[in-house]
Design a protein around this ligand. Sequence first.
Ligand SMILES: Cc1cc2nc3c(=O)[nH]c(=O)nc-3n(C[C@H](O)[C@H](O)[C@H](O)COP(=O)(O)O)c2cc1C
Ligand code: SF4
Length: 440
Amino acid sequence: MAYLVSHPDEVKVISRRFGKGATAIDRYLELDGYQAVRKALEMGPEGIISEMKASNLRGRGGAGFPTGMKWSFVPKESAKPKYVLCNGDESEPGTCKDRLIFEQDPHAVIEGVMIAAIAIGSHSGYIYIRGEYRYLSEIMQKALADAYAKGFLGKNIFGSGYDLDIYWHGGAGAYEVGEESALMESLEGKRGVPRIKPPFPAVVGLWGGPTVINNAETLATVPHIILMGGQKYAGLGTPRNGGTRLFCLSGHVAKPGVYELPMGYNLKEMIYEVGGGIANGRKLKAVVPGGSSVPVLKADEIDVAMDFDSLMKAGSMLGSGGVIILDDQTCIVKFALRTMRFYRHESCGWCIPCREGTDWLEKTLQRFHNGGGVAKDIDNMKYLAENMLGRTFCPLGDAAAMPTIAFVEKFRDEFEDHLEGRPCPFEKSGAERPVMVEAH
Ligand SMILES: Cc1cc2nc3c(=O)[nH]c(=O)nc-3n(C[C@H](O)[C@H](O)[C@H](O)COP(=O)(O)O)c2cc1C
Ligand code: SF4
């Protein structure tokens, strides 16, 4: 059971049922549960999609694509069945929000999938949960069984004449399967490697049918939008970045946790007000603002609004909402190494720039951190990462390259401090805590 945090600046929309026993379907019903789907059935597909467009909700899985627009791309007529997929693979380091939704408010995910299905004319949905979240699958499966038992799923839902089935599916624990097309391969029982795009899932997706795939938080937000109205939801955030989102504060922050804050909330305030500042009275060195795959920000770059557009302007990305805080005792070379070790491990190996690039980068960073680096390694790492960018089948290659380039560009001095066989200055200075785990 997760420990829930709270702060007065929070605006609780998605998290408003957290800690209130909403996993039990009767309690969920007391808390307005399954009202939105009834309303959606009356609104019909066009009404739902226009409300979603008005909400300015952008996907919470990482790329920030406008949800209403994504749904509108699905063809109205299709010879093949259409599908809705809930992406609950949540594997981006620093991201731990979907987990909380599955644990605290699983019916909101189901209701979100239902509304998406009605919007695009689909009669089958899947909730795909990462392998390591096996413990949450029981909660999710029970929630689905309870919804069936009440007659909310299956034939003729709410007496509307509309049939809708939703299935749970567990992953096997691969980051790459969070990528939408790899997730579809996995659901179809194949190895989880991505598909070439185009065609995009909205046209040719699961089993060749038009498919909407959304992140679990995106879908759990949908019932709230339908109930409160798109415009009201949009007004909680900034222009083009509607509403609130769950921000996951982790690392060297005094009060880590998942906080729901308006889009556009200032990052500095998020760290110092909401997160209580840097743990153990230390100083801030850097922040990775959107999960491990986005470029790092230096301590003097954090006076920025946390929305997709502002962070893009600041040279980083909002990504999956994982805000990783690094204090002044953190060795950036070691952090870059730990990050690359993850991507090397998770590369599916299908294309060469990613498979070989992540391996080379990890080995170089490891040698560098061990004191075996030479000056030209620094530029070579940047050059290698730059040559991975945009040259891989799926964005995992970019996800490995982008942070590496930023680490080298912004913390070159720390790389230079490791040269000529010098031991890591941070380990030498006697930082008491182990910053990273070395073992593979
Ligand atoms: C390597 C990789 C891993 C991803 N992992 C996830 C994930 O765990 N969860 C997620 O929702 N999206 C993940 N995505 C993004 C999905 O491909 C997709 O954009 C997203 O599910 C769309 O939902 P949204 O529009 O609601 O954000 C990943 C993308 C890549 C390239
Ligand atoms: S970029 Fe990496 S994860 Fe994506 S297809 Fe290529 S090898 Fe696989």
